[in-house]
Design a protein around this ligand. Structure first.
Ligand code: NG6
Ligand code: CA
Length: 527
């Protein structure tokens, strides 16, 4: 009987100890996975039990956003707390780009490192490396390790861009010094096959549909050319396992201190070449199977948290860097299979990657923080990834002021069941912007109808697949020269332009957007 008070005391003490240690933060970041690609968001043909469990144990947001409809600008905002359209040079980067976040700038990782966190990034980087003209055979500096990460295991850009090697803490993994790496985004190296010829295309493991006909790596064409580094070239099929291994290793190694893990999966970016064990897991071909692979990686990371007894004191967030895309440059049957299975990768929205419509930036967003996030809740609070530097700093017990000066809003209340932002801005690669509030979305006109035609002419390939019917395309083309206003609650697919009928709403949102733009558009990156 005398044991009871002791047990009670030790419970109180352990709760106290847990409270004293700030929570770990795990950010599960998907690539090109759409709002509608997960079971918990309504996907019928893609099993995602681990993400579904995360949602059931936490809060699933219906209005969570990345800041841009492509990768680099979204990741730039995610790490810095600043909208990418404010800066030049934040569009999709080639694999030889310099690091666009200069050392010394506030980043989500640097802020957490200052608070004593171990900070790791594992996966796709795509924010550039070095200071230009990187020598891949030497220590790369600056790398993520100079802008706040205490550990990094990354690919430089994307799976479809050279160099096709992993970089750990600034060094290419597995490089044989006798076979140095060189890359070029200008010209092929002697002996490179010409992947534009039918004969070479016939030999490919996965044929290209647009672009992706430069370097030949593992039977697949990529963007840019690469020479040497043969022993260091990654294996596309085991890449997901390699990233999950590193993520779990990071958690195990840092279990005794607070940590932040930014897990930037490559799924389901092109080329969608993954382990054969995923083949056929969905009727959607490689694009759907890759989402299953991602869900497995999430399962492994969540299991590692459980195994280390850390799940209770860890904030886990899942989200994606931009909306879905079907054909993004390889013939992997995404368009055909998607149609046959009637899968809606952007859920009820139109558009996807590259698009200013909701499908471009409204993405899955799940938060689980036991004791803080309401359980099994669906929240319609507005939340943007640009808020996360402030939110994470706050959650870790720090002062988010440096991010609040930029575009971060402290929407941490949204994680605990409260309200989110009042408005948020989305953008595209060409810095087209839109603004929304709880109900309305305003897209400024692109100017003269002639200009609208030009934009529409560019809207081929990846853009058209998810924009709807011919009638939808035709209407978008006609209307995009002028202002557009959609009631997102009544018309999530943005088909009924209500701008003319609601001039006061247009004026209000336009004024807010103009005020935001007045703070800076297209400025040079800070040095
Ligand atoms: C495009 C590529 C596309 C993808 C995208 C970046 C072509 C024709 N298209 O230029 O395949 O790599 O860039 O995707 O090369 S993102 O998710 O990293 O933004
Ligand atoms: Ca992406």
């Amino acid at each position: 009987m005398r044991l009871l008070p002791l047990i009670a005391l030790s419970c109180v003490l352990s709760v106290f100890a847990a409270e004293k240690r700030p929570p770990n933060i795990v950010l599960l970041y998907a690539d090109d996975i759409g709002w509608g690609d997960l079971g918990c968001y309504g996907a019928k043909v893609i099993p995602t039990p681990n993400l579904d469990r995360l949602a059931a144990q936490g809060t699933r947001f219906t209005s969570g956003y990345c800041t841009s409809a492509t990768c680099t600008p979204s990741r730039y905002s995610l790490l810095t707390g600043e909208y990418a359209w404010r800066r030049q040079g934040t569009g999709v980067l080639p694999g030889d780009a310099r690091l666009i976040i200069r050392p010394g700038r506030p980043t989500m990782a640097a802020s957490l490192a200052k608070l004593g966190y171990a900070t790791g990034v594992v996966g796709k980087w795509h924010l550039g490396l070095g200071s230009g003209d990187v020598d891949w055979n030497k220590k790369i500096d600056p790398s993520p390790n100079q802008i706040g990460f205490t550990y990094s295991f990354i690919m430089a850009a994307t799976g479809d861009r050279v160099p096709t090697v992993f970089v750990e803490d600034g060094g290419v993994v597995g490089l044989d010094p006798k076979d140095p790496i060189e890359i070029s985004y200008k010209r092929p190296y002697p002996g490179d096959p010409d992947l534009k010829t039918d004969a070479e295309r016939a030999k490919l493991k996965m044929d290209w549909s647009h672009g992706h006909n430069m370097a030949l790596v593992n039977g697949v064409g990529r963007i840019g050319w690469m020479k040497g580094g043969k022993a260091a070239v990654w294996n596309d099929e085991t890449m997901g396992d390699a990233f999950a291994d590193k993520a779990c290793g990071f958690i195990a190694k840092n279990k005794d201190k607070p940590f932040f893990l930014y897990y930037a999966s490559h799924e389901n970016h092109v080329p969608r070449v993954h382990h054969p064990r995923y083949a056929g897991r969905t009727p959607l071909g490689p694009r759907g199977d890759a989402v299953v692979a991602f869900d497995d990686q999430v399962g492994r990371i969540l299991a590692e948290l459980d195994k280390q007894g850390l799940a209770e004191n860890t904030l886990v967030i899942f989200t994606s860097d931009n909306g879905p895309v079907l054909d993004d440059g390889y013939k992997d049957q995404a368009v055909e299979r998607n149609k046959a299975a009637a899968h809606a990768p952007a859920g009820p929205f139109r558009g996807g990657k590259y698009s200013i419509l909701e499908g471009g930036t409204r993405v899955g967003f799940i938060a689980r923080w036991p004791g803080h996030t309401p359980v099994a809740k669906v929240s319609d609070a507005l939340i943007s990834q640009v808020d996360l530097p402030a939110v994470f700093t706050k959650v870790a017990g720090g002062d988010p002021a440096e991010f609040l000066k930029l575009d971060s809003v402290d929407s941490s209340a949204a994680l605990t069941g409260g309200l989110g932002r009042e408005t948020l801005i989305s953008s595209t690669q060409s810095n087209q912007v839109s603004i929304r509030d709880a109900r309305w979305k305003f897209i400024p006109g692109s100017g003269a109808p002639g200009k609208a035609k030009k934009i529409a002419a560019k809207a081929v390939g990846p853009l058209v697949d998810l924009l709807g019917s011919e009638a939808d395309l035709e209407r978008d083309r006609r209307e995009q020269a002028g202002p557009r206003l959609y009631d997102l609650l009544a018309d999530p697919a943005e088909r009924h332009n209500l701008a003319a009928a609601n001039p006061e709403v247009v004026a209000r949102l336009k004024a807010e957007l103009d005020a935001q733009k007045a703070k800076g558009v297209g400025q040079p990156l800070p040095q």
